[in-house]
Design a protein around this ligand. Structure first.
Ligand SMILES: [Zn+2]
Length: 484
């Protein structure tokens, strides 16, 4: 019964004309849709990413992380966000850390503490050592470390780079090239030369007057050295005397002073007497200081060849009561009392003749300056590096350090001037002029002087403008400024 009923029903349906029209048109629509799907790529692209096999998704993530960003990549990106698919969390990231070294830290222990294998850390150590010894790293120094970090496991994968400043404007950078290889290099900021000027009234001490105008200590020492052949800073400088200076600085592009350059112009007004000196380097590279007319600075043997210009004479030249022998003896030099390790300068250009321990003189140096003059220095703590017989020294060059070696009761410099084989009073040695500028050198020098003078006028004008702006500092007579 049942079977018969179904057969009859199907037969009736197939005979129904309405049914056939519906069936055929459905088939045609489906066929057209299939044609569109197979021929049109745009329809293909609309397949939802959630329908993609997992392997495909992973490939997409991979290409996002590592391929170059090009147009295809951007299209992909838009595609993902249009469809509001949340990206799976990446399992690694780049981390930038700054580590401040503490006392006892080494590059190796910092890297191994971060989780690096000792052999990898040692590769970095060895690469660094080619340009900079990592053992010179000091407490307080900062290391910028870029590394790959495994997020789920919370551990280090690898170090990308390390950078640290080894001195102002200079860094050592270590970069990973491939798995086991690192390359270290030194990177330096390009330095800009900056010209500075300062003027001031000396109310007591020249160094204080200059440093209150922000003149760096090494430039002050240089300035004093330039005049030390003709000025006794202890006796000659009076209240109200004046200094002027133009000097160079080398700065980084962001304005940090890296090092001091030369003193270009130095002037001292002592009472009514103004001494102006200009630096000039001749064709042979010899630099010296000359007055406006190109006359060489009166160069004589320094009366007090040491960095401590306030050193007092603890024992003068001549007959005196000897503190050790307890009797009157001739003192063949001048004793300058000064702190241990005060720098001792060569009193003039010359050649070291003697540098040795010499009985009562203790550590002793003798320099021959010319056919007439020699100088000698006793009781030194030690000699400067490289000072030995036969070495040529420049006036003002450090040759040793104040001490109390030999027959001595306390740290001082025993200083002798020997003229034609006889020891004479260093304070009574007359000035001897060195060569004045002539010919082409003089021409070049005069142009240079004109240039320095006009620069200086500009600087002074700037100083004055600056001073006028600051009404509060009206009674301040001192200025300093700089021009790039
Ligand atoms: Zn002495």
């Amino acid at each position: 019964m049942q079977k018969n009923y179904i057969k009859k029903h199907i037969a009736a349906t197939l005979k129904n004309k309405h049914y056939w029209i519906t069936f055929c048109s459905t088939f045609v629509v489906a066929f057209i849709a299939m044609l569109i799907i197979f021929n049109n790529t745009e329809v293909n692209a609309s397949v939802s990413p959630t329908d993609m096999p997992i392997e495909n998704i992973e490939n997409e993530i991979y290409s996002e992380d590592f391929s170059e960003p090009d147009n295809d990549f951007i299209a992909d990106d838009e595609f993902w966000s249009d469809n509001q698919v949340i990206e799976p969390t990446p399992d690694e990231e780049t981390r930038e850390n700054t580590i401040v070294l503490e006392s006892g830290d080494t590059l190796l222990n910092i890297l191994t503490n971060l989780g690096m294998q000792y052999s990898d850390a040692n590769n970095i150590f060895l690469a660094t050592k080619k340009v900079y010894d990592p053992r010179n790293l000091k407490a307080g120094q900062e290391l910028q470390i870029s590394m790959q970090w495994n997020i789920p496991e919370n551990k280090l994968i690898s170090i990308n780079s390390i950078s640290t400043e080894i001195q102002k404007g200079e860094r050592v950078i270590v970069e990973k090239i491939d798995n086991d290889n690192y390359l270290a290099k030194i990177e330096k900021d390009e330095l800009i030369q900056e010209l500075n000027s300062a003027t001031g009234i000396i109310n007591g001490n020249l160094s204080n007057a200059m440093s209150s105008q922000n003149v760096p200590a090494s430039i002050i020492a240089n300035f004093i050295n330039i005049f030390s052949y003709s000025v006794d800073f202890r006796r000659d400088i009076k209240k109200g005397d004046q200094f002027e200076i133009i000097y160079e600085n080398y700065i980084t592009p962001n304005g940090e002073i890296i090092k001091n350059g030369e003193v270009i112009f130095a002037s001292l007004t002592l009472g009514k007497n103004k001494i102006e000196l200009y630096r000039f380097e001749d064709n042979n590279g010899n630099a010296d200081y000359y007055d406006k007319k190109g006359f060489a600075m009166k160069k004589t043997l320094s009366r007090k060849p040491m960095s401590f210009q306030n050193a007092r004479i603890s024992s003068p030249f001549g007959r005196r009561f000897h503190p050790i022998y307890k009797q009157y003896k001739i003192h063949w030099g001048i004793d300058y009392a000064a702190p241990k390790n005060t720098l001792i300068y060569a009193a003039g250009d010359g050649v070291v003749q003697v540098a040795k321990y010499n009985g009562g003189y203790g550590n002793y140096i003798k320099i021959r300056h010319n056919s007439e003059y020699s100088t000698a220095y006793g009781h030194m703590q030690k000699f400067a590096k490289g000072i030995r017989p036969g070495v040529r020294v420049k006036q003002g060059q450090v040759i040793g350090y104040v001490g109390s070696t030999g027959r001595s009761t306390g740290p001082h410099l025993h200083y002798e001037v020997i003229h034609n084989g006889k020891r004479v009073n260093p304070l009574k040695v007359k000035a001897s002029a060195s060569e004045n500028l002539r010919g082409k050198n003089l021409e070049t020098f005069k142009k240079q002087v004109a240039k320095i003078d006009s620069t200086y006028q500009k600087m002074l004008a700037q100083n004055n403008a600056h001073t006028n702006d600051k009404l509060a500092s009206l009674n301040d007579n001192n200025h300093s400024s700089n021009i790039n």
